[in-house]
Design a protein around this ligand. Structure first.
Ligand code: GLN
Length: 464
Protein backbone atom coordinates (compact mmCIF):
# COMPACT_ATOMS: atom_id res chain seq x y z
CA UNK A 1 0.00 0.00 0.00
CA UNK A 2 1.30 3.45 -0.95
CA UNK A 3 0.91 6.71 1.00
CA UNK A 4 -1.78 7.73 -1.45
CA UNK A 5 -3.72 4.44 -0.95
CA UNK A 6 -3.45 4.65 2.80
CA UNK A 7 -5.32 7.96 2.91
CA UNK A 8 -8.49 5.88 2.48
CA UNK A 9 -7.96 3.86 5.67
CA UNK A 10 -8.46 4.50 9.34
CA UNK A 11 -5.23 5.96 10.61
CA UNK A 12 -5.37 4.20 13.97
CA UNK A 13 -5.73 0.94 12.09
CA UNK A 14 -2.72 1.72 9.90
CA UNK A 15 -0.45 2.21 12.89
CA UNK A 16 -1.80 -0.91 14.57
CA UNK A 17 -1.22 -2.92 11.39
CA UNK A 18 2.30 -1.59 11.04
CA UNK A 19 3.18 -2.44 14.65
CA UNK A 20 1.60 -5.87 14.28
CA UNK A 21 3.65 -6.57 11.16
CA UNK A 22 6.80 -5.39 12.92
CA UNK A 23 6.04 -7.73 15.83
CA UNK A 24 5.44 -10.69 13.56
CA UNK A 25 8.13 -10.40 10.91
CA UNK A 26 10.82 -8.06 12.14
CA UNK A 27 12.34 -10.59 14.52
CA UNK A 28 13.45 -12.30 11.27
CA UNK A 29 13.98 -9.36 8.87
CA UNK A 30 15.59 -7.19 11.58
CA UNK A 31 15.03 -3.80 9.97
CA UNK A 32 14.61 -1.94 13.24
CA UNK A 33 17.11 -0.96 15.91
CA UNK A 34 14.37 0.76 17.89
CA UNK A 35 10.61 0.35 17.67
CA UNK A 36 8.53 3.13 19.22
CA UNK A 37 6.41 1.86 22.09
CA UNK A 38 3.90 4.65 22.16
CA UNK A 39 3.57 6.10 18.67
CA UNK A 40 2.93 9.85 18.64
CA UNK A 41 0.11 10.93 16.31
CA UNK A 42 -0.03 14.57 15.29
CA UNK A 43 -2.73 16.18 13.20
CA UNK A 44 -2.04 16.91 9.56
CA UNK A 45 -2.97 15.72 6.10
CA UNK A 46 -1.01 12.48 6.54
CA UNK A 47 -2.09 11.85 10.11
CA UNK A 48 -1.11 8.41 11.36
CA UNK A 49 0.69 7.15 8.27
CA UNK A 50 3.46 4.91 9.59
CA UNK A 51 6.98 5.82 8.51
CA UNK A 52 10.45 4.62 9.55
CA UNK A 53 13.56 6.77 9.93
CA UNK A 54 17.17 5.69 9.42
CA UNK A 55 19.04 5.63 12.70
CA UNK A 56 21.45 8.41 11.73
CA UNK A 57 18.65 11.00 11.62
CA UNK A 58 17.88 12.51 15.00
CA UNK A 59 14.51 12.00 16.65
CA UNK A 60 13.72 13.92 19.82
CA UNK A 61 13.60 11.68 22.86
CA UNK A 62 14.14 8.58 20.72
CA UNK A 63 17.44 6.72 20.59
CA UNK A 64 19.57 7.52 17.52
CA UNK A 65 22.58 5.22 17.37
CA UNK A 66 24.05 5.40 13.86
CA UNK A 67 24.29 1.61 14.40
CA UNK A 68 27.44 2.33 16.40
CA UNK A 69 28.48 1.38 19.90
CA UNK A 70 29.77 4.90 20.35
CA UNK A 71 26.20 6.27 20.15
CA UNK A 72 24.44 3.17 21.49
CA UNK A 73 22.64 5.09 24.22
CA UNK A 74 22.39 8.51 22.62
CA UNK A 75 18.98 10.15 22.97
CA UNK A 76 18.91 13.38 20.93
CA UNK A 77 17.23 16.43 22.48
CA UNK A 78 15.96 17.57 19.06
CA UNK A 79 14.32 16.40 15.83
CA UNK A 80 16.13 16.64 12.50
CA UNK A 81 14.42 19.21 10.29
CA UNK A 82 13.16 16.50 7.90
CA UNK A 83 11.71 14.56 10.85
CA UNK A 84 10.03 17.63 12.27
CA UNK A 85 8.47 18.38 8.89
CA UNK A 86 7.12 14.84 8.57
CA UNK A 87 5.63 15.06 12.05
CA UNK A 88 4.07 18.44 11.20
CA UNK A 89 2.27 16.75 8.32
CA UNK A 90 1.01 14.03 10.63
CA UNK A 91 3.32 11.13 9.72
CA UNK A 92 3.71 8.68 12.60
CA UNK A 93 7.27 7.55 13.31
CA UNK A 94 7.13 3.90 14.29
CA UNK A 95 10.83 3.12 14.51
CA UNK A 96 14.49 3.71 13.70
CA UNK A 97 16.10 1.50 11.11
CA UNK A 98 19.32 -0.46 10.94
CA UNK A 99 22.23 0.65 8.78
CA UNK A 100 25.95 0.21 8.28
CA UNK A 101 27.73 1.98 11.14
CA UNK A 102 27.83 5.74 10.44
CA UNK A 103 26.42 4.92 6.97
CA UNK A 104 29.74 3.45 5.85
CA UNK A 105 28.93 0.37 3.84
CA UNK A 106 26.66 -1.20 1.26
CA UNK A 107 25.05 -4.16 3.04
CA UNK A 108 24.14 -3.43 6.72
CA UNK A 109 26.67 -6.14 7.60
CA UNK A 110 28.71 -3.28 9.08
CA UNK A 111 26.05 -2.43 11.68
CA UNK A 112 27.55 -2.80 15.16
CA UNK A 113 24.40 -4.63 16.24
CA UNK A 114 23.11 -7.08 13.60
CA UNK A 115 22.61 -7.58 9.85
CA UNK A 116 19.24 -6.91 8.24
CA UNK A 117 17.89 -9.54 5.86
CA UNK A 118 16.55 -8.97 2.36
CA UNK A 119 12.78 -9.67 2.30
CA UNK A 120 13.13 -11.29 -1.17
CA UNK A 121 15.64 -13.84 0.10
CA UNK A 122 16.42 -13.97 3.79
CA UNK A 123 19.95 -15.23 3.12
CA UNK A 124 20.81 -12.08 1.16
CA UNK A 125 21.79 -8.60 2.29
CA UNK A 126 19.23 -5.79 1.82
CA UNK A 127 21.99 -3.47 0.56
CA UNK A 128 23.14 -0.45 2.47
CA UNK A 129 23.79 1.64 4.16
CA UNK A 130 20.02 2.37 4.50
CA UNK A 131 19.29 -1.38 4.39
CA UNK A 132 16.87 -1.34 7.34
CA UNK A 133 14.84 1.46 5.76
CA UNK A 134 14.60 -0.38 2.42
CA UNK A 135 13.78 -3.78 3.97
CA UNK A 136 11.10 -2.27 6.22
CA UNK A 137 9.31 -0.77 3.21
CA UNK A 138 9.73 -3.81 0.95
CA UNK A 139 8.37 -6.16 3.63
CA UNK A 140 5.34 -3.93 4.21
CA UNK A 141 6.20 -3.03 7.80
CA UNK A 142 5.89 0.68 7.02
CA UNK A 143 4.44 2.63 4.11
CA UNK A 144 7.64 4.63 3.52
CA UNK A 145 10.94 5.51 5.13
CA UNK A 146 13.79 7.99 5.10
CA UNK A 147 17.38 7.05 4.35
CA UNK A 148 20.54 9.02 3.74
CA UNK A 149 22.68 8.91 0.62
CA UNK A 150 26.37 9.86 0.61
CA UNK A 151 27.46 7.55 -2.20
CA UNK A 152 24.36 5.50 -2.96
CA UNK A 153 22.92 4.54 0.41
CA UNK A 154 19.32 5.31 -0.50
CA UNK A 155 19.41 4.07 -4.11
CA UNK A 156 21.42 0.86 -3.74
CA UNK A 157 19.34 -0.71 -0.92
CA UNK A 158 16.17 0.41 -2.75
CA UNK A 159 17.44 -1.46 -5.81
CA UNK A 160 18.39 -4.56 -3.77
CA UNK A 161 14.95 -4.65 -2.12
CA UNK A 162 12.87 -3.77 -5.19
CA UNK A 163 11.52 -0.40 -4.03
CA UNK A 164 11.94 3.25 -5.05
CA UNK A 165 14.86 5.30 -3.62
CA UNK A 166 15.46 8.97 -4.43
CA UNK A 167 18.55 11.10 -3.77
CA UNK A 168 17.64 14.75 -4.25
CA UNK A 169 19.86 17.55 -5.55
CA UNK A 170 22.39 18.51 -2.86
CA UNK A 171 20.96 21.39 -0.86
CA UNK A 172 17.27 20.62 -1.30
CA UNK A 173 16.79 18.73 1.96
CA UNK A 174 18.18 20.07 5.21
CA UNK A 175 20.99 18.07 6.78
CA UNK A 176 20.22 19.53 10.21
CA UNK A 177 19.91 16.48 12.44
CA UNK A 178 21.45 14.10 9.91
CA UNK A 179 24.51 12.81 11.74
CA UNK A 180 27.36 13.84 9.47
CA UNK A 181 29.39 11.32 7.48
CA UNK A 182 30.77 13.36 4.53
CA UNK A 183 29.07 16.75 4.60
CA UNK A 184 29.66 17.75 0.97
CA UNK A 185 28.01 14.51 -0.22
CA UNK A 186 25.35 13.65 2.40
CA UNK A 187 21.69 14.05 1.49
CA UNK A 188 18.48 12.66 3.01
CA UNK A 189 16.06 10.91 0.65
CA UNK A 190 12.81 8.91 0.66
CA UNK A 191 12.40 5.15 0.15
CA UNK A 192 8.89 4.33 -1.05
CA UNK A 193 6.66 1.91 -2.95
CA UNK A 194 5.90 4.32 -5.77
CA UNK A 195 7.53 7.23 -7.56
CA UNK A 196 4.58 9.47 -6.68
CA UNK A 197 5.13 8.74 -2.99
CA UNK A 198 8.79 9.75 -3.31
CA UNK A 199 7.68 13.06 -4.87
CA UNK A 200 5.08 13.51 -2.16
CA UNK A 201 7.66 13.11 0.61
CA UNK A 202 9.99 15.51 -1.21
CA UNK A 203 7.21 18.12 -1.19
CA UNK A 204 7.27 17.88 2.60
CA UNK A 205 10.96 17.56 3.46
CA UNK A 206 12.57 19.87 0.87
CA UNK A 207 13.13 23.54 1.51
CA UNK A 208 15.35 26.23 2.94
CA UNK A 209 16.35 25.71 6.57
CA UNK A 210 18.14 28.35 8.65
CA UNK A 211 19.89 25.50 10.48
CA UNK A 212 21.65 24.24 7.32
CA UNK A 213 23.35 26.97 5.33
CA UNK A 214 23.80 24.68 2.32
CA UNK A 215 20.02 24.51 1.75
CA UNK A 216 18.65 26.56 -1.12
CA UNK A 217 15.52 28.70 -1.10
CA UNK A 218 14.35 27.71 -4.57
CA UNK A 219 10.72 26.56 -4.61
CA UNK A 220 10.39 23.26 -6.41
CA UNK A 221 7.17 21.55 -7.38
CA UNK A 222 7.84 17.81 -7.33
CA UNK A 223 4.38 16.46 -8.08
CA UNK A 224 2.39 18.56 -10.50
CA UNK A 225 4.15 17.46 -13.72
CA UNK A 226 4.85 13.90 -12.71
CA UNK A 227 2.17 12.32 -14.93
CA UNK A 228 3.24 14.16 -18.09
CA UNK A 229 4.73 12.05 -20.83
CA UNK A 230 8.38 12.10 -21.89
CA UNK A 231 7.96 12.14 -25.66
CA UNK A 232 10.97 13.63 -27.40
CA UNK A 233 13.26 13.46 -24.39
CA UNK A 234 16.88 12.43 -24.92
CA UNK A 235 18.71 10.01 -22.65
CA UNK A 236 22.45 9.39 -22.46
CA UNK A 237 23.80 5.88 -21.85
CA UNK A 238 27.44 5.96 -20.66
CA UNK A 239 29.53 3.41 -22.57
CA UNK A 240 31.49 2.94 -19.37
CA UNK A 241 28.58 0.89 -17.99
CA UNK A 242 29.46 -1.93 -20.39
CA UNK A 243 33.18 -1.64 -19.81
CA UNK A 244 32.74 -2.41 -16.16
CA UNK A 245 34.01 -5.95 -15.64
CA UNK A 246 31.83 -6.84 -12.68
CA UNK A 247 28.57 -6.00 -14.48
CA UNK A 248 26.30 -8.99 -13.95
CA UNK A 249 24.98 -10.37 -17.26
CA UNK A 250 21.34 -10.46 -16.11
CA UNK A 251 21.59 -6.90 -14.78
CA UNK A 252 22.92 -5.94 -18.22
CA UNK A 253 19.92 -7.66 -19.87
CA UNK A 254 17.46 -5.75 -17.69
CA UNK A 255 19.30 -2.54 -18.54
CA UNK A 256 18.91 -3.25 -22.27
CA UNK A 257 15.19 -3.79 -21.72
CA UNK A 258 15.01 -0.47 -19.89
CA UNK A 259 16.59 1.24 -22.90
CA UNK A 260 13.95 -0.34 -25.15
CA UNK A 261 11.27 0.85 -22.74
CA UNK A 262 12.67 4.39 -22.98
CA UNK A 263 12.21 4.21 -26.72
CA UNK A 264 8.65 2.91 -26.28
CA UNK A 265 8.00 5.97 -24.16
CA UNK A 266 8.98 8.15 -27.09
CA UNK A 267 12.43 9.10 -25.89
CA UNK A 268 15.62 8.77 -27.91
CA UNK A 269 18.69 7.11 -26.52
CA UNK A 270 22.32 7.78 -27.37
CA UNK A 271 25.54 6.17 -26.13
CA UNK A 272 28.07 8.64 -24.75
CA UNK A 273 31.53 8.57 -23.23
CA UNK A 274 32.12 9.80 -19.69
CA UNK A 275 35.79 8.85 -19.33
CA UNK A 276 36.14 10.43 -15.87
CA UNK A 277 33.47 8.04 -14.55
CA UNK A 278 36.10 5.36 -14.04
CA UNK A 279 37.81 7.58 -11.47
CA UNK A 280 34.61 8.25 -9.51
CA UNK A 281 35.06 5.44 -6.99
CA UNK A 282 38.69 6.37 -6.27
CA UNK A 283 37.73 10.04 -5.91
CA UNK A 284 34.84 9.23 -3.62
CA UNK A 285 36.98 6.99 -1.41
CA UNK A 286 39.46 9.82 -0.88
CA UNK A 287 36.92 12.60 -0.27
CA UNK A 288 34.34 10.69 1.82
CA UNK A 289 36.85 9.25 4.37
CA UNK A 290 38.64 12.62 4.60
CA UNK A 291 35.43 14.40 5.52
CA UNK A 292 34.46 11.52 7.81
CA UNK A 293 37.75 11.64 9.71
CA UNK A 294 37.09 15.27 10.48
CA UNK A 295 33.35 14.84 11.27
CA UNK A 296 33.97 11.86 13.55
CA UNK A 297 36.61 13.67 15.61
CA UNK A 298 33.78 14.84 17.88
CA UNK A 299 33.33 11.35 19.37
CA UNK A 300 35.99 11.68 22.02
CA UNK A 301 34.29 10.20 25.04
CA UNK A 302 33.88 13.64 26.59
CA UNK A 303 30.97 15.51 25.06
CA UNK A 304 28.53 12.66 24.40
CA UNK A 305 28.29 9.02 23.58
CA UNK A 306 30.35 6.18 24.92
CA UNK A 307 33.23 6.87 27.35
CA UNK A 308 35.74 4.21 28.27
CA UNK A 309 37.98 5.45 31.10
CA UNK A 310 41.74 5.00 30.88
CA UNK A 311 44.63 6.79 32.55
CA UNK A 312 45.09 10.25 31.11
CA UNK A 313 42.96 12.18 28.68
CA UNK A 314 44.68 10.72 25.64
CA UNK A 315 44.24 7.21 27.00
CA UNK A 316 40.50 7.81 27.39
CA UNK A 317 40.23 9.21 23.85
CA UNK A 318 42.04 6.25 22.38
CA UNK A 319 40.27 3.55 24.33
CA UNK A 320 36.83 5.09 23.72
CA UNK A 321 37.39 5.35 19.98
CA UNK A 322 38.98 1.93 19.72
CA UNK A 323 36.12 0.22 21.47
CA UNK A 324 33.36 2.53 20.20
CA UNK A 325 34.06 2.40 16.47
CA UNK A 326 33.88 -0.74 14.34
CA UNK A 327 36.56 -1.89 11.95
CA UNK A 328 35.23 -0.18 8.80
CA UNK A 329 34.77 3.17 10.56
CA UNK A 330 38.31 2.98 11.96
CA UNK A 331 39.65 2.10 8.51
CA UNK A 332 38.01 5.20 7.04
CA UNK A 333 39.22 7.48 9.81
CA UNK A 334 42.78 6.26 9.25
CA UNK A 335 42.45 6.65 5.46
CA UNK A 336 40.99 10.12 5.80
CA UNK A 337 43.54 11.31 8.34
CA UNK A 338 46.29 10.07 6.05
CA UNK A 339 45.03 11.82 2.90
CA UNK A 340 44.54 15.07 4.82
CA UNK A 341 47.99 15.00 6.44
CA UNK A 342 50.41 17.75 5.40
CA UNK A 343 52.66 15.31 3.55
CA UNK A 344 49.92 13.73 1.43
CA UNK A 345 47.28 16.44 1.11
CA UNK A 346 48.38 17.52 -2.37
CA UNK A 347 48.86 13.99 -3.65
CA UNK A 348 45.47 12.69 -2.50
CA UNK A 349 42.88 15.07 -1.11
CA UNK A 350 43.59 18.01 -3.36
CA UNK A 351 43.93 15.79 -6.38
CA UNK A 352 40.59 14.14 -5.61
CA UNK A 353 38.96 17.58 -5.47
CA UNK A 354 40.35 18.31 -8.94
CA UNK A 355 39.03 15.03 -10.33
CA UNK A 356 35.67 15.76 -8.72
CA UNK A 357 35.61 19.03 -10.68
CA UNK A 358 36.46 17.25 -13.95
CA UNK A 359 33.74 14.66 -13.36
CA UNK A 360 31.24 17.45 -12.59
CA UNK A 361 32.16 19.27 -15.79
CA UNK A 362 31.84 16.10 -17.86
CA UNK A 363 28.49 15.07 -16.39
CA UNK A 364 27.03 18.59 -16.44
CA UNK A 365 28.08 18.99 -20.03
CA UNK A 366 26.23 15.83 -20.99
CA UNK A 367 23.18 16.98 -19.05
CA UNK A 368 23.23 20.22 -21.05
CA UNK A 369 22.29 18.26 -24.14
CA UNK A 370 20.39 15.33 -22.60
CA UNK A 371 17.39 15.16 -20.26
CA UNK A 372 18.88 12.35 -18.17
CA UNK A 373 21.62 9.76 -17.87
CA UNK A 374 20.56 6.13 -17.39
CA UNK A 375 22.61 3.39 -15.72
CA UNK A 376 21.87 0.31 -13.64
CA UNK A 377 21.80 1.35 -9.96
CA UNK A 378 24.20 -1.42 -8.98
CA UNK A 379 26.32 -3.68 -11.18
CA UNK A 380 25.10 -6.71 -9.23
CA UNK A 381 21.93 -7.77 -7.43
CA UNK A 382 21.79 -8.49 -3.68
CA UNK A 383 24.42 -11.01 -2.60
CA UNK A 384 24.48 -13.60 0.20
CA UNK A 385 25.17 -12.35 3.70
CA UNK A 386 28.83 -12.93 4.54
CA UNK A 387 29.86 -13.76 0.97
CA UNK A 388 31.98 -10.65 0.34
CA UNK A 389 34.90 -9.98 2.61
CA UNK A 390 37.42 -7.50 1.26
CA UNK A 391 36.66 -3.77 1.48
CA UNK A 392 37.74 -3.00 -2.08
CA UNK A 393 35.09 -5.30 -3.54
CA UNK A 394 32.43 -3.38 -1.61
CA UNK A 395 33.86 -0.03 -2.68
CA UNK A 396 33.87 -0.99 -6.36
CA UNK A 397 30.15 -1.83 -6.25
CA UNK A 398 29.44 1.88 -5.78
CA UNK A 399 30.60 2.69 -9.31
CA UNK A 400 27.19 3.85 -10.64
CA UNK A 401 25.91 5.66 -7.56
CA UNK A 402 28.83 7.81 -6.34
CA UNK A 403 28.94 10.14 -9.40
CA UNK A 404 25.57 11.75 -8.49
CA UNK A 405 26.87 12.61 -5.00
CA UNK A 406 30.19 13.96 -6.25
CA UNK A 407 28.34 16.19 -8.74
CA UNK A 408 25.41 17.04 -6.41
CA UNK A 409 22.71 16.03 -8.92
CA UNK A 410 19.41 14.21 -8.35
CA UNK A 411 19.21 10.46 -8.99
CA UNK A 412 16.52 7.85 -8.48
CA UNK A 413 16.50 4.06 -8.42
CA UNK A 414 13.31 2.31 -9.53
CA UNK A 415 12.71 -1.44 -9.70
CA UNK A 416 13.21 -2.81 -13.18
CA UNK A 417 12.99 -6.57 -13.18
CA UNK A 418 15.10 -9.30 -11.64
CA UNK A 419 18.52 -10.90 -11.92
CA UNK A 420 19.01 -14.35 -10.40
CA UNK A 421 15.54 -13.90 -8.82
CA UNK A 422 16.60 -10.75 -6.97
CA UNK A 423 15.39 -7.22 -7.79
CA UNK A 424 17.34 -4.96 -10.15
CA UNK A 425 17.25 -1.16 -10.07
CA UNK A 426 17.33 1.31 -12.94
CA UNK A 427 19.04 4.61 -12.11
CA UNK A 428 17.98 7.92 -13.66
CA UNK A 429 20.22 10.97 -13.07
CA UNK A 430 19.28 14.51 -14.02
CA UNK A 431 20.57 18.05 -13.94
CA UNK A 432 20.88 19.94 -10.67
CA UNK A 433 17.37 21.04 -9.58
CA UNK A 434 15.77 18.92 -12.31
CA UNK A 435 14.40 16.68 -9.54
CA UNK A 436 10.82 16.98 -10.86
CA UNK A 437 11.98 15.86 -14.31
CA UNK A 438 13.85 12.86 -12.86
CA UNK A 439 10.70 11.86 -10.95
CA UNK A 440 8.55 12.34 -14.03
CA UNK A 441 10.83 10.11 -16.14
CA UNK A 442 10.80 7.50 -13.38
CA UNK A 443 7.01 7.64 -13.16
CA UNK A 444 6.76 7.00 -16.91
CA UNK A 445 8.98 3.92 -16.60
CA UNK A 446 7.01 2.72 -13.59
CA UNK A 447 3.74 2.97 -15.52
CA UNK A 448 4.77 0.71 -18.40
CA UNK A 449 7.52 -1.44 -16.90
CA UNK A 450 6.91 -5.04 -18.01
CA UNK A 451 7.82 -6.09 -14.47
CA UNK A 452 5.12 -4.03 -12.76
CA UNK A 453 1.45 -4.90 -12.32
CA UNK A 454 -0.71 -2.11 -13.69
CA UNK A 455 1.95 0.48 -13.03
CA UNK A 456 2.56 -0.73 -9.49
CA UNK A 457 5.78 -2.27 -8.28
CA UNK A 458 5.73 -5.83 -7.01
CA UNK A 459 6.60 -6.61 -3.44
CA UNK A 460 7.89 -9.90 -2.05
CA UNK A 461 5.67 -12.41 -0.34
CA UNK A 462 7.77 -12.66 2.81
CA UNK A 463 7.99 -16.26 3.96
CA UNK A 464 9.21 -16.61 7.48
N1 GLN B 1 28.61 2.44 0.04
C1 GLN B 1 29.11 3.78 0.18
C2 GLN B 1 30.08 3.86 1.33
O1 GLN B 1 30.32 2.86 1.91
C3 GLN B 1 27.99 4.76 0.30
C4 GLN B 1 27.47 4.95 1.65
C5 GLN B 1 26.42 5.99 1.78
O2 GLN B 1 25.87 6.48 0.79
N2 GLN B 1 26.18 6.40 3.01
O3 GLN B 1 30.59 4.88 1.64
Amino acid sequence: MTIEDSLNFSREELIEQSLEKIRSIDPVIKSFITVVEKVEVNDGPYRGIPIAIKDNITTKGLKTTCASKILENYIPPYDATCVRRLRDYGFAIVGKTNMDEFAMGSSTERSAFFTTRNPWDLDCVPGGSSGGSAAAVASGQVIASLGSDTGGSVRQPASFCGVVGFKPTYGLVSRYGLIAFASSLDQVGPITKSVRDAALIMEIIAGKDPFDSTTVSRKIDFLSQIEEDIHGMKFAIPKEVYEYEQLDSEVAERFEEAIKTAEKLGATVERVNIPSMKYAVATYYVIAPAEASSNLARYDGVKYGLRVEETGLKGTYMKTRNIGFGEEVRRRIVLGTFTLSAAYYEAYFNKALKVRRILSNDINQILDSFDAILTPTSPIPAFKIGSVSDPLTYYLMDIFTVPANLVGIPAISIPFGFAHDMPVGLQIMGKRFDDPKVLRIARNFEKISPYNDNGRIRLPAVRI
